[in-house]
Design a protein around this ligand. Structure first.
Ligand SMILES: Cc1cc2nc3c(=O)[nH]c(=O)nc-3n(C[C@H](O)[C@H](O)[C@H](O)COP(=O)(O)OP(=O)(O)OC[C@H]3O[C@@H](n4cnc5c(N)ncnc54)[C@H](O)[C@@H]3O)c2cc1C
Length: 319
């Protein structure tokens, strides 16, 4: 493993210090372990650092891309121009208690966008708050899950979402979008439909949860997390590569096309779950994209179904 070298500069923004990394490989921030460099990168685990980073990006005239856990991203080998802000909690969520409100008999809990999704799944279940137990074991943080409308085991964020607080980068104001404005559907929202880099940063979200038996919910969350450990491959990947087409499963089609274990360079279709592609070590985005295209083409030839990627491709090819 080569030594990890960081080129860090401390800049002063509004009289406060901000640590900016230069030419930072994004492979360090994605679960695929793939991705070329961000021109500049700031790691922000709280709102204050995020605001400083946004102010610095604006001062320098840089396009700003915000990512969370990097668990749904394929970053191209040429990297991302401008400033990338990695907006995720450092380690687990430190907050023990969160403000809970009541509305029409439901409990409304507010979580920062940086909160790990799996933590929310376990935390709410332990407290007898139903609605997020499906999230136990899922990678990523709430901000990314809201943009994607992440979901599993029959649940998704959109089903429990009340509203989100966003920073509107163009107008430089805080705005609140209701669930209706976000329009969550299967792995898509109005935010996701906007081209990168987007004008909105998710800061906080309110979820509507129902009181239920903590023992039952705790057992459900634990079973969901265990199911992932038992049925999903370990190793660098980004979860499901393709969305499930109506009425069938992408993994089933890939398997039926005889593509389990199929490999391009250092990228392989998992033997355990055909919709997961694994980086065998040192794979490039070019190899990942070539595998994705080959699989898509072969499935189309076999079944006449054109698979749509679930993973998001960002950045530029190597120049
Ligand atoms: C092993 C594995 C299993 C998975 N299983 C599932 C599954 O069962 N169901 C499922 O839905 N997904 C699954 N995924 C995909 C992924 O975990 C989810 O989509 C997750 O919610 C993405 O969150 P993230 O923080 O990693 O987002 P990222 O990948 O970092 O970003 C996703 C998108 O959100 C944007 N974004 C992130 N944070 C913000 C913010 N604060 N403000 C504005 N934009 C933001 C990014 O720009 C990007 O467009 C899996 C992934 C892995 C690796």
């Amino acid at each position: 493993m080569p030594a990890r070298v960081e080129r860090a500069t401390i800049v002063t923004v509004e009289g406060r210090p901000l640590r900016v990394l230069e030419a930072e490989p994004l492979a360090r921030y994605t679960t695929f372990r793939i991705g070329g460099p961000a021109d500049f990168l700031v790691r922000a685990s709280d709102r204050q650092t995020l605001e400083l980073a946004l102010a610095w990006g604006e001062r320098e005239g840089l396009p700003v891309t915000v990512i969370g856990g990097g668990s749904n991203l394929l970053v191209c080998d040429g990297g991302v121009r401008g400033l990338v802000i990695v907006f995720r909690a450092a380690g687990g969520n430190q907050q023990d208690e969160l403000p809970l409100g009541r509305e029409d008999g439901a409990l409304i809990a507010s979580f920062p966008a940086t909160t790990p999704l799996s933590w929310i799944g376990h935390w709410t279940s332990e407290r007898g708050l139903a609605g997020m137990e499906w999230a136990a074991g899922l990678p990523g943080v709430l901000g990314g899950a809201i943009v994607n409308n992440a979901g599993a085991h029959g649940g998704d964020v959109g089903s429990v979402l009340v509203d989100v607080e966003l920073y509107d980068l163009r107008r430089r104001v805080l705005v609140r979008w209701t669930r209706e404005q976000l329009a969550p559907h299967y792995r898509r929202t109005t935010l996701k439909a906007l081209p990168q880099p987007r004008d909105y940063v998710v800061l906080q979200a309110r979820l509507r949860l129902q009181a239920d038996d903590p023992a039952k919910l705790r057992a459900l969350a634990a079973a969901n997390a265990r199911w992932r450990r038992e049925h999903q491959p370990t190793g660098p990947c980004a979860g499901s590569v393709f969305k499930n087409p109506p009425g069938t499963y992408a993994g089933y089609l890939i398997e039926q096309a005889g593509l389990k274990g199929f490999q391009v360079g250092r990228m392989r279709v998992s033997e355990q779950h055909a919709n997961f592609f694994l980086n065998l070590g040192g794979a490039t985005a070019e190899e990942a994209l070539a595998l994705l295209e080959e699989v898509r083409q072969r499935v189309a030839e076999c079944f006449g179904i054109v698979l749509e990627p679930e993973i998001e491709v960002i950045g530029e090819p190597r120049g």
